[in-house]
Ligand binder design. Sequence first.
Ligand SMILES: C[S@@+](CC[C@H](N)C(=O)[O-])C[C@H]1O[C@@H](n2cnc3c(N)ncnc32)[C@H](O)[C@@H]1O
Length: 210
Amino acid sequence: MYEEWAESYASLMDSEIEQAVYARVLGNLAAATAGINGPVVDTSCGSGHMLAMYSDRFDANRQLIGIDISPAMIKIAHRRFGTKASFVVGDMGNVGAALSSLGGSTPPPPALSAAAVISFFSIHHLDAERVLPVLRSWHDVLAPGGRLLIAAWEGTGTIDYGDSNQITAYRYSREEITSWASLAGFTVTRCTVEAVEGMGMDAVYLEGSR
Ligand SMILES: C[S@@+](CC[C@H](N)C(=O)[O-])C[C@H]1O[C@@H](n2cnc3c(N)ncnc32)[C@H](O)[C@@H]1O
């Protein structure tokens, strides 16, 4: 689906990114990661808008790594950043392998210790059984004290992508997401639920630390 939508999704994000919540949570993240070495890793970076805002407004010297399962998204992100960030096609459930593959050496280096792992509006692509193992894998790649930032569609049931899209995606409640993050080993430091303009759904914004 994202292979077809990548260019239009990126155009949409040019305006969506200006919603105040993004600057707020990314600013919080920059403050929380000050003093922690390592990259910020976006585990489903799409067109790279979140990493771009993070770097441009809050933390210009931080190494940035973006992972996405869609080669078309990765191509757009790469075009945006040039050599200023690293991007790799990979699965959010296998971030360690994606990070190792960036080393380009044989044997690959151990998974990097990241200062932060971020995930914006992507865990709805995981069914419920997969979320906890994926969060555990993110915990594994973080440095001690490293931060987690998740934005996700809040609620219950599935998300309607229209009849023409053969896709099932899931809304999860604040309680489910908070519980999974805690079970994965994170300390949840803040979790809010807020309306998303024009979407008819709320979003949960969870901040945590390893
Ligand atoms: C709604 S978009 C969000 C993109 C970006 N995080 C943002 O907020 O602009 C969802 C993204 O998740 C990616 N995605 C879906 N399943 C994935 C997976 N298993 N691993 C990595 N990325 C995935 C899609 O390719 C798409 O870029």
